[in-house]
Design a protein around this ligand. Structure first.
Ligand SMILES: [Zn+2]
Length: 172
């Protein structure tokens, strides 16, 4: 099976030139979604609403001027978590750009040495090929449930903290 052609490069984060019509349409859609996500984050920043955007750590979305601009805000934090910290066979480093919510304690970082996972002590599985008819890249897509719970708790804590703060202001 032939590899899909590259649509982006570090020096062309908005898409490579001279793409086929169908690939150009894919790039356009990706860019619309990227701008939409950045726009939502900007609204959240203006209104002080907790938000989080995730994408693979290696994603070029982080290199776009929209996301570079977001990271200049003192309210925006950018970190990563490794899925293996939540029990997956693969590391799958995932970037989390967030504001008005503290996700620092949600992130688990693998100190890989020689390809050996610092959480499991085993070699990370590669997200290549298929297992039981399922592409491993697809199998690795869902977020680990434990990570989802930590993120959800962090959002609840953030909203409750803000709510209590507002209530205290009204009472005092
Ligand atoms: Zn690991």
């Amino acid at each position: 099976m032939a590899a899909a052609p590259a649509l982006f490069a570090d020096e062309c984060v908005m898409g490579l030139p001279n793409l086929s019509e169908s690939d150009a349409a894919k790039v356009d859609l990706e860019n619309v979604l990227m701008r939409f996500s950045a726009g939502i984050a900007e609204i959240c920043l203006r209104r002080r609403i907790p938000f989080c955007i995730k994408s693979p750590w290696s994603s070029r979305i982080w290199m776009t001027k929209q996301f570079q601009s977001l990271q200049k805000s003192s309210h925006v934090h950018f970190g990563y978590t490794d899925f293996c910290g939540d029990g997956t066979l693969w590391r799958k480093r995932t970037g989390l750009l967030h504001g008005f919510v503290d996700l620092g304690s949600c992130c688990k970082r693998c100190n890989t040495r020689g390809g050996i996972c610092s959480f499991s002590g085993k070699r990370h599985a590669q997200q290549m090929g298929q297992c039981q008819g399922v592409f491993l890249t697809r199998a690795a897509e869902p977020y680990p449930q434990k990570l989802c719970r930590r993120v959800a708790k962090a959002f609840v804590a953030s909203v409750l903290s803000r709510w209590c703060s507002n209530l205290w202001e009204r009472l005092s």
